[in-house]
Write a protein that binds this ligand. Structure first.
Ligand code: DAT
Ligand code: MG
Length: 157
């Protein structure tokens, strides 16, 4: 008689299971306006990451000042805030091992003209001749930024 227990995988040892990481992804107002929200979610899911939260959010100046605190005073700061206030943003919490780095890789370089083909910004973005780069997505750049940004966009999570 076959022992069913012999055919099952051993339970994962919590000490050897890396903590599942989370990142904040935003489909910015240009992406939502152009109907690219689904395409961005598709690429996140096709890569194998999970969606922990998704919500359409109308940003406020206060939220954006906190979110983009590192850019206050830069020449593109006010155009960036005005752009982010120009329509709804799709806020997403994506999760999976090393998702912070992995999503930045999916997104591509900040400047959509230079972003490699195959990336979200490289395939779907371009220079529109305005003061701020409209590059479709935001992705947190470190575990500290991710925790801070998820707290700002999803205060209840
Ligand atoms: P990223 O979004 O790749 O993390 P960032 O945090 O340096 O880039 O900048 C935030 C956003 O500001 C970026 O997505 C687009 C805009 N931006 C950055 N640098 C810019 C520049 N030199 N000129 C115009 N817009 C810029
Ligand atoms: Mg950034």
């Amino acid at each position: 008689m076959t022992d069913v227990a012999e055919n099952t995988l051993p339970a994962a040892d919590p000490a050897e299971t890396p903590a599942v990481e989370r990142t904040l992804v935003l489909v910015k107002p240009d992406g939502v306006r152009r109907g690219l929200s689904g395409e961005v979610l598709r690429r996140i899911e096709a890569k194998g990451y999970g969606l922990a939260a998704v919500q359409l959010v109308t940003a406020t100046p206060e939220l954006l000042e906190a979110h983009y605190a590192e850019h206050v005073g830069k020449p593109f700061y006010q155009p960036l805030v005005d752009f982010m206030l120009s329509g709804p943003t799709l806020a997403v919490v994506a999760e999976g091992q090393d998702v912070i780095k992995g999503f930045r890789s999916l997104a591509g370089a900040t400047n959509p003209t230079e972003a490699a083909p195959g990336t979200i910004r490289g395939d779907l973005g371009r220079d529109w001749g305005v003061k701020v780069q409209q590059n479709i997505v935001h992705g947190s750049d470190s575990p500290e930024s991710a925790a801070r940004e998820i707290g700002l966009w999803f205060p209840g999570l």
